[in-house]
Ligand binder design. Structure first.
Ligand code: ADP
Ligand code: MG
Length: 320
């Protein structure tokens, strides 16, 4: 017999959520609201993102992968602001109450949730075309969250990890390759929210953003909010060996600048604080790579190895 909506929520979400309840959750799933008791002297960071099937992920990927990716991209917004994950809610719209689908979705969701110590405290379940809305909440000590609007002329511009992998992975996924063992595909399907990097950068970085729409587009948001510009060195932009091997340097470079979905961080650091970065990279296991510098002149230019300004692909992902 098919399970009722109530039983499905109970089986797929409530039990798993209750299994590892944080001490700052007074009441989790099951009532009209969750009751949360936030830590004193902290700000709450709140962000919500919707992923629509066929728009934000190919419909061919599994419910396990959909759930992992959905939570990871939301956690990435916390990472970008130096947030420590605390709680999330899930508004799930599914075409049908398919128990095996929901179980796989739940497995992916709690995989990531438990990894980052974030608790599912409520949600909503409705019927319709598949879409996943997750709202995350996290902590930063009062006044210490990273923002987009703090970059200063002379700051150094950095990125975490490597860029362009997920763009190539998405192209492969759209061709039907959804094999997690393939490095590029896994970088699209299972982006790693750079939470540890974001936390370590709180005291050091002047401005930060996560790269969801491509380096140029997202760095552009920092520049706009901070009223500055940037000059980047093309050969400093980190490309993975796997990306270079799959598409070559030139296309790899284009993907790094313009493809989205990497969910690495782009951040600015005053030069006098940059000596702290080596130990952060070592402690987090995530490389930090200087790619350029903030300038008073607005806009972004990218210099080739001869110091000449390159012509650039125009934009990152546009939603509308
Ligand atoms: P209400 O009608 O009061 O909004 P619901 O019947 O929608 O309550 O949900 C009952 C409980 O189950 C609530 O605590 C709600 O937060 C939780 N819930 C519903 N759907 C989900 C979901 N997809 N994930 C997590 N919790 C959910
Ligand atoms: Mg109610």
């Amino acid at each position: 017999m098919a399970l009722s909506e109530f039983e499905l929520i109970q089986n797929c979400f409530a039990e798993q959520a209750a299994a590892s309840l944080r001490s700052d959750v007074r009441l989790g799933i099951g009532d009209d609201c969750a009751i949360l008791s936030p830590r004193p002297n902290h700000d709450l960071l709140v962000s919500v993102d919707t992923l629509v099937a066929g728009v934000h992920f190919p419909e061919s990927i599994s419910p396990y992968q959909i759930a992992r990716r959905s939570l990871a991209v939301n956690l990435s917004d916390l990472a970008a602001m130096g947030g420590e994950p605390a709680w999330f809610t899930l508004a799930l719209t599914v075409p049908e109450a398919n128990e095996s689908w929901l179980r796989e979705f739940s497995r992916g969701l709690f995989d990531i949730a438990n990894q980052f110590g974030i608790n599912l405290v409520g949600g909503d379940t409705t019927r319709g075309p598949l879409s996943i809305t997750i709202q995350v909440q996290g902590y930063a000590p009062a006044g210490q969250a990273l923002r987009r609007d703090g970059a200063q002329v002379g700051d150094l511009v950095y990125v975490t990890g490597s860029l362009g992998d997920a763009g190539a992975g998405l192209a492969l996924a759209l061709l039907g390759n959804i094999d997690e063992a393939d490095y590029l595909v896994s970088r699209f399907l299972s982006p790693t929210a750079r939470i540890a990097s974001g936390l370590a950068l709180r005291d050091i970085s002047s401005a930060a953003i996560d790269i969801s729409d491509g380096l140029l587009a997202d760095l552009g948001h920092i520049l706009e909010r901070s009223q500055v510009g940037a000059v980047l060195q093309a050969d400093a932009i980190p490309l993975s060996p796997q990306l270079r091997q799959a598409v070559g340097d030139e296309q790899g470079f284009e993907l790094a600048l313009s493809a989205g979905d990497d969910y690495e961080l782009c951040f600015c650091v005053p030069p006098e604080k940059s000596d702290k970065l080596a130990s952060i990279a070592e402690q987090t296991g995530v490389p930090l790579c200087q790619i350029g510098v903030i300038t008073a002149e607005k806009g972004v230019s990218v210099l080739d190895e001869n110091g000449l300004s390159m012509s650039l692909p125009l934009t990152g992902y546009q939603h509308f």
